[in-house]
Design a protein around this ligand. Structure first.
Ligand code: 5RP
Length: 236
């Protein structure tokens, strides 16, 4: 299977496979969203079928829930599982402090809730996701549809007050209509270029009425498994 993969997919695949080995019998596992997390779910499915691995999976999106069921993984809600042993998820960017930008796939809200409810969060990523400073990837902010334009204007005002480098805000679209998250919300992507003070930005964003959550994951990730296209993996 690996021989047919593009270099990028190979990197994602090896990172996901190494992280899948961290999962032990009886664990309650948060299952991330995105193309890298999909490799993880497939690998865990193989382990369930071939080794009889018994886990309860808490998916972070409807997409991941469907894939996990297809793979024969027992799917439970976060409230049924309670505290989780481990969450494994992808990321759009990570820095040397293991702070992350997530939400490129639009699942940041459930992803942050699940990761925060976990003893340990492990990120799986190809090497291109490692950055010196967060912010090249647009920062997703989930907002309620009510008063969305007002919320966007307040975000823009706050970015100006904080003197953030780039300040463009863009409503995420799904063709002709706004993208809708699993929770029925919209996403505004912030094109910032470089985020100087991620912790402060994350806190201030969540104080704006209408903002549900932002894609900055600060002090949540414990380890990153970095995958390379030549098949190597490294731990951060
Ligand atoms: C979804 C996410 C994903 O983990 C992130 O976008 C990375 O995706 P991929 O593994 O496809 O590169 O945060 O909301």
């Amino acid at each position: 299977m690996q021989a047919e993969l593009s270099p990028m997919d190979k990197a994602k695949f090896v990172a996901a496979s190494r992280a899948a080995d961290l999962v032990e019998d009886g664990m309650r596992v948060g299952l991330g969203t995105g193309s890298t997390a999909a490799w993880l779910v497939r690998r865990l499915g193989e382990r369930v079928r071939e080794e009889g691995l018994k886990i309860r999976g808490v998916p972070t999106s409807s997409r991941t829930a469907a894939l996990a069921r297809e793979e024969g993984i027992e799917v439970v809600s976060l409230d049924e599982a309670g505290w989780l042993d481990l969450t494994i998820d992808g990321a759009d960017e990570f820095d040397a402090d293991l702070n992350l930008i997530k939400g490129g796939g639009g699942a940041l809200l459930q992803e942050k809730i699940v990761a925060t409810a976990s003893e340990r969060m492990v990120v799986i990523a190809d090497a291109a996701k490692e950055v010196a400073h967060l912010g090249r990837f647009p920062l997703p902010v989930e907002v309620v549809p009510f008063g969305r334009d007002t919320t966007e204007a307040l975000i823009a005002e706050m970015l100006e007050a904080m003197d953030v480098m780039g300040r463009e805000t863009r409503l995420r679209m799904d063709g002709e209509v706004p993208f809708v998250t699993d929770e029925g919300n919209h996403i505004i992507d912030l094109h910032l270029g470089r985020i100087g003070r991620p912790r402060q930005l994350a806190m201030i964003l969540n104080q704006i009425p209408g903002v549900v959550e932002n894609g900055l994951f600060i002090d949540i990730c414990d380890m990153v498994v970095v995958g390379h296209s030549d098949g190597r993996t490294e731990l951060r």
